[in-house]
Write a protein that binds this ligand. Structure first.
Ligand SMILES: CC(C)(COP(=O)([O-])OP(=O)([O-])OC[C@H]1O[C@@H](n2cnc3c(N)ncnc32)[C@H](O)[C@@H]1OP(=O)([O-])[O-])[C@@H](O)C(=O)NCCC(=O)NCCSC(=O)C[C@@](C)(O)CC(=O)[O-]
Length: 301
């Protein structure tokens, strides 16, 4: 078993996190959150999404957020784009990279982006062609890789098939998402092994929600396989509005604490990150779900 020496955290709190909040968080707070995360050492960050404001009103101010951010050299500011209209928004706001997204569940895909898996890949084809010609890197996400909120069986092969198609479309990273946080370590390994049979291990990323408290164990399983591209969300914010029952992503503080303990470099300063988790949690009026953020509160304030 060889653990990676370094891990790349892709921070999703300002997008995946805040897209599911009942209250609309103002652009200025999102900007402060993103800038504090970057100050803590985050070097790849999702700042929002260019999706329909009727579908996800919480992200309607992404252009405003992008225009207000003070950008830092060496940091990747990424946005989620479901179609060409979203891509144009990303381009207009000078995003460093975009994310396209499909799923291993037909029902989820239909509810999330109003089309089948096959149609979503067709819809993304012009986006990836435009991004390639304009040198915008893109990553791709496969939702419901470890289970569907609608009860369908999701086989490792189904996850591998969509992953391969997205990889063949030129995505530099394929993020395997446990949207509803139902995975356990052995199952996670089986799915990741199936994906690693069809695409290179070093392009595989993981994006696990913590609904059943299994996310850290599943990250550990991925690290054991040598996977080092990890998505997480400050304060454990998050969920998907189109995945009933999904709670937050694994908290970035919990992942960084585990990586620090394993001697795996993330470049993120834990006390600054914990302060940021409390900043957004205080704004939202509830404590972070992260055990690490709660345990460290008295030590950093
Ligand atoms: C994909 C659509 C647009 C299809 O939605 P649709 O209704 O089929 O699209 P349409 O093309 O018929 O357009 C309908 C309206 O939306 C507008 N529209 C169309 N596109 C855009 C756009 N890009 N930006 C802004 N507006 C847009 C368009 O202009 C039109 O406006 P109207 O004429 O009615 O006023 C819709 O289903 C949608 O926006 N879905 C996004 C849902 C979403 O954001 N879900 C959460 C993100 S995925 C996620 O969280 C999972 C992930 C990635 O984190 C991994 C995991 O954990 O699983």
């Amino acid at each position: 078993m060889t653990y990676p020496r370094k891990a790349r955290i892709f921070e999703v709190g300002a997008r995946d996190g805040l897209q599911n909040e009942k209250q609309i968080v103002p652009a200025d707070i999102k900007v402060e959150l993103i800038e504090r995360l970057v100050d803590a050492g985050v070097s790849a960050i999702e700042t929002g999404s260019y999706v329909s404001p009727k579908w996800v009103p919480q992200m309607a101010d992404t252009a405003d957020v992008m225009s207000k951010l003070t950008r830092r050299d060496g940091v990747t500011y990424a946005v989620l784009t479901p179609n060409m209209k979203g891509y144009e928004g990303a381009l207009a706001s000078n995003a460093d990279e975009i994310e396209i997204f499909s799923a291993a569940s037909e029902i989820f895909n239909q509810k999330n982006i109003n089309c089948s898996i096959a149609e979503s890949l067709e819809r993304f084809a012009p986006v990836t062609e435009a991004a390639t010609s304009q040198n915008i890197p893109y990553r791709a996400s496969v939702s419901c890789a470890l289970g569907s909120p609608f009860g369908e069986e999701i086989t490792p092969q189904a996850v591998a098939d969509v992953s391969k198609k997205l990889y063949d479309m030129g995505a530099y990273e394929i993020s395997i998402a446990d949207t509803i946080g139902v995975g356990t370590p052995i199952k996670t390994k089986k799915v990741l092994e199936a994906v690693a049979e069809v695409i290179p291990l070093d392009v595989i990323g993981v994006h696990f929600h913590d609904t059943y408290g299994q996310a850290l164990a599943n990250y550990h399983a991925a690290l054991e396989m040598g996977i080092s591209r990890l998505d997480s969300s400050v304060a454990g914010l998050g969920g998907c509005p189109y995945a009933p029952g999904a709670t937050g992503n694994v908290a970035t503080e919990d992942v960084v604490y585990m990586l620090d303990g394993m001697g795996i470099e993330s470049g993120i300063d834990l006390p600054s990150l914990v302060k940021t988790a409390w900043f957004i949690s205080d704004y939202l009026g509830r404590p972070p779900v992260s055990s690490v953020a709660r345990a460290m509160k008295g030590k950093i304030h």
